[in-house]
Design a protein around this ligand. Structure first.
Ligand code: IPM
Ligand code: MG
Length: 361
């Protein structure tokens, strides 16, 4: 029997509530296949700061490194907004991504047929949308140096450095082309090469790597145009490759195609065979904490991505996805995707319904 060690980092706000539902689902998956999970919990984010004075304790990073995969909830709360930047909860996310060398962030934006009406956009434009955004995750202006706030000639200046070296671009390009090969063989690389030098290099390397994937049709788009096209005609996209900051922004935007941030999962991957990290793309939503109203679907889908990308079990991925679709088909909705005539359920009930569906299959 295959045994996997999973680090469970629930974090802050609604993180623990949505993670609890993902664990229920994984336990159901365990019953369906010849696998066993060992779940080990550790603190990350504000709760870790409260206990250890740092949002990413060494012990948490060590646990993650010694696991087969990491399930992460979300970090952050308003009460930490006044902390110095080095110990803010968000730093833990950046730290764990860098610490595990998770340079490739896969953010699928899929519009479920059952939820077409929850999208603020016209149904005919969003029905059938299935975009995979590949966001570079350990470089760019997020990590570039020099950075800081300094006083020069009596004036304060703030600065960050948007920087990529060619190897960083090349390795994310390979992930993007390989992903596109398994999908619609269409890759759109998003940059700002009309203004930024770093983007000119990005584009050059994308073109160079494309020679190794002759079957993939590569196109380029400036990020401002891409932001517009994602709303105007999202179905033109299959796979998108972009840098860290552009990917951050475009993935939040793309989530609205499906109507709720509460639906979109993500996988963060490093070199082949190394530990992967799975988390919803939404934040900790501290205003919803403890109310049993957060949507657990993004986290449950993240667990499904873990089955697919870390444990190469596409069957389990499909099983979980199908269970979610069935529950939506039956009319159950959390508050964020609620509409007239549907049945409102809480976080935990939504998890239970999905588990029931899994066990029925
Ligand atoms: C995300 C988040 C993070 C990011 C923040 C919380 C550091 O917005 O995962 O998209 O900017 O990467
Ligand atoms: Mg973001």
């Amino acid at each position: 029997m295959a045994k996997y060690k999973i680090a469970v980092l629930s974090g802050d706000g609604t993180g623990p509530e949505v993670i609890a539902e993902a664990l229920k689902v994984l336990k159901a998956v365990e019953r369906k296949y010849d696998i066993e999970f060992e779940f080990n919990e550790a603190l990350i984010g504000g709760c870790a700061y409260d206990k250890f004075g740092t949002p990413l304790p060494d012990s948490t990073l060590e646990l993650a490194k010694n696991s087969d995969a990491v399930m992460l909830g979300a970090v952050g709360d308003w009460k930490y907004d006044t902390l110095p930047p080095e110990v803010r909860p968000e730093r833990a996310l950046l730290g764990i991504r860098k610490g595990l060398n998770l340079f490739a962030n896969l953010r699928p934006a899929i519009v479920f047929e059952e939820l077409v009406s929850s999208s603020p956009l016209k149904a005919e434009n969003v029905a059938g949308v299935n975009i995979m955004i590949i966001r570079e995750l350990t470089g760019d202006v997020y990590f570039g140096t020099p950075k800081g706030i300094e006083t020069q000639n009596g004036k304060r200046i703030g600065f960050n450095n948007m920087i990529y070296n060619e190897d960083e671009i090349r390795r994310i390009a390979h992930v993007a082309f390989k992903t596109a090969m398994q999908r619609g063989k269409k890759l759109c690389s998003v940059d700002k090469a009309n203004v930024l030098d770093v983007s000119r290099l990005w584009r050059e390397i994308m073109i160079e790597v494309s020679k190794e994937y002759p079957e993939v049709e590569l196109s380029h788009m400036y990020v401002d145009n891409a932001a517009m096209q994602i709303i105007r005609a999202p179905k033109q996209f299959d796979t998108i490759a972009t840098g860290n900051i552009f990917g951050d922004i475009l993935s939040d935007e793309a989530s609205m195609l499906s109507g709720s941030l509460g639906l979109l999962p993500s996988a963060s991957l490093g070199d082949d065979g190394k530990v992967g990290l799975y988390e919803p793309i939404h934040g900790s939503a501290p205003d919803l904490k403890g109310k049993d109203i957060a949507n657990p679907i993004a986290t449950i889908l993240s667990a499904a991505m873990m089955m697919k990308y870390s444990f190469k079990n596409d069957d389990a991925y499909n099983l979980i996805e199908k269970a979610i679709k069935n529950v939506l088909k039956q009319g159950y909705r959390t508050q964020d995707i609620m509409s007239e005539g549907k049945t409102l359920v809480g976080t935990s009930k939504m998890g239970d319904l999905i588990v029931e569906e899994i066990l029925k299959q």
